[in-house]
Design a protein around this ligand. Structure first.
Ligand code: CA
Length: 226
């Protein structure tokens, strides 16, 4: 079984360009031309990754992404014509894992797709832990006390980075390089957005904070503020 990618894009020219490029790279490709049929195709074909245009007729890409996230952690790579940081953040808020701004080169597309599909290849599953926080590399789920939680790809990678470097202050540059692996736009607040997601998931109930901000530097996983 090959790796299957679902392309949801209303512009036929771009859809065909993406389809051809991905097939040449060895992927199986399904396509949909609007949000509704994209959701339908997703449930029908269970792809390994979705390329999702933001501007779609009917249900837009952000709404499609939100609905996907109600039931699935499938990697979502958003396509947008807009350069604006707030649009990228809106997509990430909707649960997308990454962004590609049109126009883009196929090389860049391939690199992002590979990065999102990348999995720890054959390492036996293990459970990382810090304080009462656990991260299972097999199920890619987190747990804290009685609460277990699912993680999107980038949330998982960020939490894995923290939990394998406990009590070590990680600079924003290190986090960008390890989790995103390319220059997302260092002025953006993508790290803040993801730290907020992790805090929501790791601080359920009355739980204390574990991911702390080190002002002007970055973040650290530790039990207490100082
Ligand atoms: Ca479009």
């Amino acid at each position: 079984m090959g790796t299957k990618i679902l392309v949801v894009e209303d512009e036929e020219r771009i859809r065909n360009f993406l389809q051809r490029g991905l097939i040449l790279d060895g992927y199986e490709v399904e396509t949909a031309a609007d949000g509704q049929s994209g959701l339908h195709k997703f449930h029908e074909t269970t792809p390994d990754l979705i390329l999702l245009d933001v501007m779609l007729p009917g249900i837009d890409g952000l709404e499609v992404c939100r609905r996907l996230r109600e039931t699935s952690n499938v990697p979502v790579l958003m396509l947008t014509a807009k350069e604006a940081i707030e649009d990228r953040v809106a997509g990430l808020d909707a649960g997308a894992d990454d962004y590609l701004v049109k126009p883009f080169a196929l090389d860049e597309l391939h690199a992002r797709v590979r990065a999102l599909l990348r999995r720890a290849p054959s390492a036996p599953p293990q459970i990382h832990s810090f304080a009462d926080l656990e991260l299972d590399t097999g199920t890619r789920q987190g747990r804290r006390g009685i609460y277990s939680f699912d993680l999107t790809i980038k949330e998982y990678e960020l939490l894995e980075l923290f939990i394998t470097n406990p009590r070590r202050v990680l600079t924003r540059d290190v986090i960008y390089d390890k989790v995103w692996g390319y220059d997302f736009g260092r002025e953006s607040n993508i790290i803040e957005v993801y730290v907020r997601y992790l805090r929501q998931k790791t601080e359920q109930g009355d739980m204390s904070r574990l991911v702390h901000t080190v002002r002007g530097v970055g973040y650290v996983l530790r039990e207490t503020e100082e």
